[in-house]
Design a protein. Structure first.
Ligand SMILES: NC(=O)c1ccc[n+]([C@@H]2O[C@H](COP(=O)([O-])OP(=O)(O)OC[C@H]3O[C@@H](n4cnc5c(N)ncnc54)[C@H](O)[C@@H]3O)[C@@H](O)[C@H]2O)c1
Ligand SMILES: O=P(O)(O)OC[C@@H](O)[C@@H](O)[C@H](O)[C@H](O)CO
Length: 390
């Protein structure tokens, strides 16, 4: 029998990156999503295109050998697919992991113990996203306690860091996905010590993922989000437009200089190597061929302002070490100003929180910082400023 992957979230990164790599590695991909029209389009098509764009011109690949299931309305079918799959991947967004966990738990539980354990890899922008998914799956509400002892014989969970810029697609693009040429997909190899790692071409397997995910999140995503929030405030349309403004580019560079200090010091990455990485990222996020809207990159400001995320995460560590974090807070201030943006529920919720709470309560609630933390009073000041100007 051929190899099979069940992938939750048939959106931009799901169709454009994860499924492409699975397809190229010989897997049949079963997409699971909750959007009726998307599922119907996938069910009614035999192929779609992935178009890589860049300064050197475009290239295309064609994805075939997939099926699609609405996981909200056809849970039993999804469970059945998981019982015979080799891999479960997802790219649904970190806040959605808890909603896909119950069906994965049932699928895993129904697998025979003598089969190779299914590999579960969450492909989200978050530190330890697969661990979070695994915690939900192993919650007694979804997997009974007495089934946990040999659960590892049925599933192995590996964290990952996934990097490829996939902007929102044009309205008439159908299933086709336009994205950048660059990619990096790094996965923790340690859960597979007594088994072979799944054969997925293009994955870099490592024994210590933390330096990779922190470097990615605190460089690519910190820089991207800083450009988007400053850009949104200054009425720019895309990240490219934002970076054409020398003052915004300077803010992005300063924020990345701060996170670079942290990354170099913490992970022993060579300073010169981190410098070239930063330059590469600035070129990537400023790709004029991608048309990456500031609203997409700034989406979900509550998530992006949270404790372990791209601004507060590194700024908190820098504050603990007595190091500079001012540009990260400038970017966080712009994130606090990303309110009531069309189609972004978190931006509406953020506006409500800012209206109904005092600044110190906002910082505890949104950023998860304790009043005793050295960063706390600095974030309170920027929140007060945003509230005063509302
Ligand atoms: N787009 C990028 O550049 C990029 C790059 C790297 C990582 N990521 C990460 O990948 C994840 C997805 O991002 P995206 O840009 O593809 O977003 P997207 O909105 O294009 O795709 C998300 C998909 O998940 C589906 N979904 C929502 N709830 C679901 C549920 N309960 N069950 C199954 N499917 C569900 C949505 O219908 C949508 O099709 C995020 O964590 C993001 O940070 C994105
Ligand atoms: O996906 P988010 O909302 O966490 O962040 C928005 C973008 O920064 C992100 O999707 C990047 O395009 C991606 O992380 C590049 O690898």
């Amino acid at each position: 029998m051929g190899k099979k992957a069940v992938h939750f979230g048939a959106g931009n990164i799901g169709r454009g990156f994860v499924a492409e790599f699975l397809h190229n590695s010989g897997y049949e991909v079963v997409f699971c999503d909750v959007m009726d029209s998307l599922i119907a389009d996938l069910q009614n098509s035999k192929s779609y295109k992935v178009i890589q764009v860049g300064a050197e011109g475009n290239s295309e690949s064609v994805i075939t050998n997939y099926r699609a299931i609405n996981s909200k309305t056809h849970e039993a079918d999804v469970i059945k697919e998981i019982t015979t799959a080799d891999v479960v991947t997802c790219s649904v967004g970190p806040n959605i992991l808890k909603f896909i966990a119950p069906v994965i738990a049932k699928g895993v539980d129904a697998r025979p113990n003598d089969a190779t354990p299914i590999a579960v890899i969450a492909c989200e922008n978050a530190i330890g996203a697969t661990d979070t998914l695994a915690e939900h799956i192993k919650d007694p509400k979804h997997t009974p306690d007495h089934r946990l002892e040999d659960h590892h014989e049925r599933a192995r969970y590996a964290n990952s860091a996934i990097d490829r810029i996939v902007p929102a697609q044009e309205a008439d693009a159908g299933l086709d996905v336009k994205l950048e040429k660059f990619y990096e997909w790094v996965v923790d190899a340690t859960p597979f010590k007594d088994h072979d790692v799944p054969s997925i071409e293009g994955i870099k397997w490592v024994d210590d993922l933390i330096p990779y995910i922190e470097r990615k999140l605190f460089t690519v995503n910190t820089g991207h989000a800083a450009a988007a929030y400053h850009g949104y405030y200054h009425k720019k349309t895309t990240v490219y437009d934002a970076l054409q403004d020398p003052a915004i580019l300077d803010e992005v560079r300063k924020a990345l200089a701060e996170t670079s200090t942290l990354i170099v010091g913490k992970h022993g990455i060579e300073e010169g190597e981190q410098k070239s990485y930063v330059e590469k990222i600035i070129t990537r996020i400023g790709n004029p061929h991608l048309e990456d809207a500031v609203e997409r990159v700034g989406r979900a400001p509550l998530r992006k302002l949270s404790r372990k995320e791209r601004f507060i995460g590194p700024a908190a560590e820098l504050a603990e070490e007595g190091k500079e974090f001012g540009a990260l807070l400038d970017a966080a201030e712009m994130a606090f100003r990303f309110q009531n943006v069309d189609g972004d529920e978190e931006s509406t919720e953020l506006a409500k929180i800012l209206k109904e709470n005092k600044a110190d309560a906002v910082v505890e609630k949104v950023c998860g910082l304790e009043p005793s933390h050295p960063l706390f009073s600095h974030v309170v000041k920027i929140v007060e400023k945003v509230q005063a100007e509302a």
